[in-house]
Design a protein around this ligand. Sequence first.
Ligand code: GAL
Length: 409
Amino acid sequence: MLRPVTAVYACLLSAVFLSGAAAHAQKNPDLALTPPMGWNSWNTFACDVDEKMIRDMADAMVASGMKDAGYEYINIDDCWHGERDANGRIQVNKKTFPSGMKALADYVHSKGLKIGIYSDAGNTTCAGFPGSRGHEYQDAQTYAEWGIDYLKYDWCDTKDINPIGAYTTMRDALAKTGRPILFSICEWGDNKPWEWATDIGHAWRISGDITPCWDCEHNWGSWSSWGVLKILDMRDALRLRQYAGPGKWNDMDMMEVGNGMTEAQDRSHFSLWAMMNSPLIAGNDLRTMSDATRRILTNKEIIALNQDGLGIQAMKYIHAGDLMVFAKPLENDEWGFLFLNRSNSPLDYTHDWNFFELKDDQFNRHIDFTKVKFTWTDLWKGNNGDTINPLKLQIPANDVVVLRLVPKK
Ligand code: GAL
């Protein structure tokens, strides 16, 4: 007679235990409902990071108008680390961060901003500092005590580690802290995270590292870094968009706007990242950026495409030689349209709206332009028109025209 009772009791106990565990075992559901926006140190500073520069960057994010435009996170990438102490607790590099991470987080928070940090699922980070392997719960707890709001979690030194297991462990460790910490997966798309990470992270990189060029690949031997068009083309945009949405974004990497490309290339880069619902994480020096760079990064109409509440990534609508057209469903039956000239010479193109029916089978949206008419606004130039008349475009080399379409009443 005792046996069944014991079995029932054991079942109950494990149910209680499992539900206790389940309460922690989810990513924070309230974060990244629109793509995260912020700044990250890596593209400009690599390992040359210190607390004064990070504080200055927080100041510049406010002074430049970027905070007002929606940018929120100040993210420190690799190389902030010191050693682990005798208890295994990770320390900051005391030379470059003498006041400690908590004081820096307090400063960033005092500006009305949030702070992000970087670690790695392996034993060492890509720059050779201590990774979180075997210290996941301890590190997450330390980050929470410091007041960290965002974790980018890299994939170096991970031979024989299962990516789903490793990223799930850190997700659970972050959840256990009780602090809302956005979890950004960075394994470069190698293990197709879009197929398994939607319940694990808030964004996942889909490519190797970006570099500030239009259509180049820099081959470093065992890995490459990629220009803007290379990242755009790397994964089939149509296939990946089905996995993304509020709280789960395809991350095309931190931006290179202001890092040496032409103004047209920067404008295209920014517009494409916005349309694709990539996180908008600036990677330039905010303290010294030109007016042209600042205007690109703070174009509120382009940002509004990215931050639209529907959270639907743009689809590839037309690809004909050097011309690509992307369409993005927006709230209230509005649409974003991006016309990209990939080539190094100007492109003349007349778009007859009535000629191309638009079908988005993945998100079940459809426009027959012969029946529904829209007005449009050019989000870079400010001029207006409608879809009754063909659209005559002259797109300079490597440039874009981006429109918002609103249904005519
Ligand atoms: C790479 C990552 C970069 C940067 C770098 C730091 O793996 O893709 O964005 O974080 O590591 O070492």
